[in-house]
Structure formats: structure tokens, C-alpha cells
Ligand binder design. Sequence first.
Ligand code: ADE
Length: 225
Amino acid sequence: MRIDIITVLPELIKSPFEASILKRAIEKGLVEVHFHNLRDYTTNKQKSVDDYQFGGGAGMVMNIQPIDDCIAKLKDERDYDEIIYMTPDGETLNQNMANGMSLLKNIIILCGHYKGVDQRVRDHFITREISIGDYVLSGGELGAAILCDSIIRLIPGVLSNETSALTDSFQDNLLSPPIYTRPADYKGWKVPEILLSGNFPKIEEWREQKAYEHTKNRRPDLLEE
Ligand code: ADE
């Protein structure tokens, strides 16, 4: 998979890809992530990438020209499955969407900044708009990092034990059951006996039951879906 991230602040989004699972996924060649600084594409003398809103109003709007040129250059080089715009009014990211996107070959992610992008960018270039939740961030970069993390860890071969993605919360619309590690008794707080029994079918049954109860208590909406 190849991900091209278009941003005015590449320094804000690079570090999550330089550690742990994402770093290893890149090193293993399972995903390529490229950053494109919009300022490198602007044709105006001041190198500005934003301007005042037509009609008045607070906040700057990102210009269409550098975004058009950057996307056009990328599209000349390869086909893209999706051109995503990070915005609080997009569809809210969930595990189902991440699963689907982990199967794509090439995607572009455009990070909004200031008030956002000129509407014509959304009308003519963007194929999907994604929010990471009902709150407003200063820009799309942190959201894009979260989106990338949720997708990349699902690419086959990225997690050393593939089943660990399959048992994540939200996979199959269930939250994860409780987990424990050594010691089995800490200050009298004991690990459930069943987990020490070695009876794996029974352990699996216990985990399913706990996952169901946990989901019912915390997120009954998931069971309705
Ligand atoms: N940009 C600003 N807020 C955002 C959000 N909640 N999700 C995605 N991108 C954003």
C-alpha cells in the first residue's frame, strides 16, 4: 500500500511513522508513506497557501491551486483508489472503514488547516471525507496519523501475530475482554482462575462471554448494529 499525505505542516505528522509498528511496517516494505508540503506547490511569490474568505468572515481558507497541482502530479504517476480529506464534518472513522481501507493500493490524504479548504477542492478532487470524532482539531494532521495507524496495522504481515488484530476491540462489533499477565496474584488481586486452567476451549468461551458483557455495559449501540 502507498499513502501520500498532503499537508502544510509535515513536521506535525512525521513522528508517528518513526516508531514502533508503523516504522516496522515501512521498513518491511508493507506500506510506503510519502509527505508532500503544499508550500512546494504554490505558484505565488509569497509562497502562501491560504487566503481570506470571499464574503468575509474569520479564518483563512486553503487555496485550490497548490492542492490541484500536488494532486495532479501524484495522479500523473499512478492511479489512486481514494482521495481523502480530513475534516470534522466527514463520516466518523470506525473499525469497519479501517478494515476496508487496509485493502486499498494507493490513497491520498489531504490535511485541512485554518478554516479548511476551498469548497471546490472538496467538490472536484476529494472522493471521501473522514472525521476522527466530534471535536475540532487545529488541523487534519493528527487525524490523518490516526487514520493511517488504524489502517496500517490491519495490513497483512504488519502485526507479528495476525490474530492480535482479529481480537481487537470493535472487530466483530465487540469490545475486547479483560486481559492479564504475571503475577497471577498481586497483593491478593487474583487473575480469574479459568485463565490459568489450560482449558483453551473454556477460556475462549469465557473471553467471548466477557467481551459480550463488556460491550453490553459500555457500548450497547454496537450490539444493535
Ligand atoms: N480536522 C479538524 N478536526 C478534525 C476531526 N475531528 N477529524 C478529522 N480532521 C479534522
